[in-house]
Design a protein around this ligand. Structure first.
Ligand code: 2PG
Ligand code: MG
Length: 395
């Protein structure tokens, strides 16, 4: 593939913060990609380059300047070669010089452009590149926001409904459940990820509410993202004003998993609490998914390590945690090699880019976590998944 022109600009994400959008041109074709941004970011994520005032003018300038000069007119044998070139151009281990946001916008746009040039759907191009079998993921729909996404009104960051089955019917079931939950909650604020942001007096109440809903709908269950790095202070975890030691927290998770139809717990402990992860996975990992996010940060080396120590049995994959599509696909390969499950994920600050839906379908991910229905940017991802199902039936 030969890139004729590179153009970047800054757009606003769902939080009204600036983010990078890049368009690549080749022949008469062009492809655009924009990158999401996290709030409860992991300590070991690739570096999102921000100006001191929070803007992305330097990241955009890096794409329009140094990256554009290096790519324009260059012929790349493969997308892996292009991504490797971007990584070496940056030259830092955490992509802090040019910015992981700058690099990823180029990397996704290149993947999209190459699919266009080949005349294949994006998910198909991803599957071919990754050597994976495309398949529809389960939906992980965020219905209640807490933690850093809702000023800690609820202790855990995300309360999620997991819905399996054919995407169109799973999607409409999820919408019905979302609406019903809204009616039961009454007027409450909304959180960062397009889910409700209520307040409850007890830890159990949100689980009771969701369990009632799950009883009414087949093939559904509950997931949480504890995002526990955010709850960790002075060696203990603070939940609703009470402190829990790691052992007490393990007992709490075990009892929640015994009492409620729980599918998974993401980031149950702080990102550096490796042995606590291992103990919990040994305790309840046969029954539910223990998912690494801040722990593994889509980093192939960290995933390998966590798998070797049996810290988790599933991994969240977010391309912007690592900075290029090629490395995110390598991360998926590590997940599969360790026989763990992949859950592809959006970020809490999102754009209209639906790449993550094609990514989830293309790699045959176990799940796609794409937020709640109160924000168009989240809905677009689920809609794209439905459209992919149609495409897959016809190509
Ligand atoms: C998470 C994500 C996305 P953020 O923790 O899994 O839901 O949140 O993008 O803020 O890291
Ligand atoms: Mg998370």
């Amino acid at each position: 593939m030969r890139i004729d022109r590179v153009e970047a600009t800054s757009i606003f994400d769902t939080r009204g913060r600036a983010t990078v959008e890049t368009t690549l041109f080749a022949h008469t074709f062009s492809a655009t990609a924009s990158v999401p941004s996290g709030k409860s970011t992991g300590e070991y994520e690739a570096c999102e380059l921000r100006d001191p005032d929070g803007g992305v003018t330097r990241a955009v300038a890096n794409v329009n300047g140094e990256i554009a000069r290096a790519l324009t007119g260059q012929r790349f044998e493969s997308l892996d070669a292009l991504d490797a070139f971007l990584v070496s151009l940056d030259g830092t281990p955490d992509k802090s010089r040019l910015g992981a946001n700058a690099l990823l916008s180029v990397s996704i746009a290149a993947m999209r452009l190459s699919a266009l040039l080949e005349g294949v759907p994006l998910w198909g191009a991803i599957a071919k590149r990754a050597g994976t079998t495309p398949a529809a993921p389960r939906l992980y729909v965020n219905v209640m926001n807490g933690g850093a996404h809702a000023s800690f009104k609820l202790p855990f960051q995300e309360y999620i409904l997991v819905i399996s089955g054919e995407t169109p019917s799973a999607f409409s079931m999820a919408q019905e459940m979302f609406t019903k939950l809204g009616e039961r909650l009454g007027r409450v604020p909304m959180g960062d990820e397009g889910g409700y942001a209520p307040t409850f007096d007890t830890l159990e109440r949100p689980f009771e509410l969701l369990a009632e809903l799950v009883k009414e709908f087949p093939n559904t269950s509950i997931a949480i993202d504890a995002a526990a790095s955010q709850l960790f202070h002075d060696d203990t975890y603070r939940l609703l004003g009470k402190s829990y030691t790691p052992e007490e927290l393990a007992r709490l998770y075990k009892s929640l998993a015994a009492r409620f139809p729980i599918d998974s717990i993401e980031d149950p402990y702080d990102e550096n609490a490796h042995t606590d992860f291992t103990r919990l996975t040994a305790m309840i990992g046969e029954k539910i998914l223990i998912i690494g996010d801040d722990l593994t940060v889509t980093n192939p080396t960290r995933i390998k390590e966590a798998a070797r120590n049996k810290e988790i049995n599933s991994v969240l994959i977010k391309p912007n945690q690592i900075g290029t599509v090629g490395e995110a696909l390598q991360a998926v390969r590590e997940v599969s090699a360790a026989r763990l499950k992949t859950i592809a994920s959006h970020r809490s600050g999102e754009t209209e880019d639906t790449f993550i839906a094609d990514f989830a379908y293309g790699v045959g991910a176990y799940g796609l976590k794409a937020g709640g229905f109160a924000q168009k940017e989240r809905l677009l991802k689920y809609n794209r998944l439905v459209a992919i199902g149609d495409e897959a039936g016809t190509v």
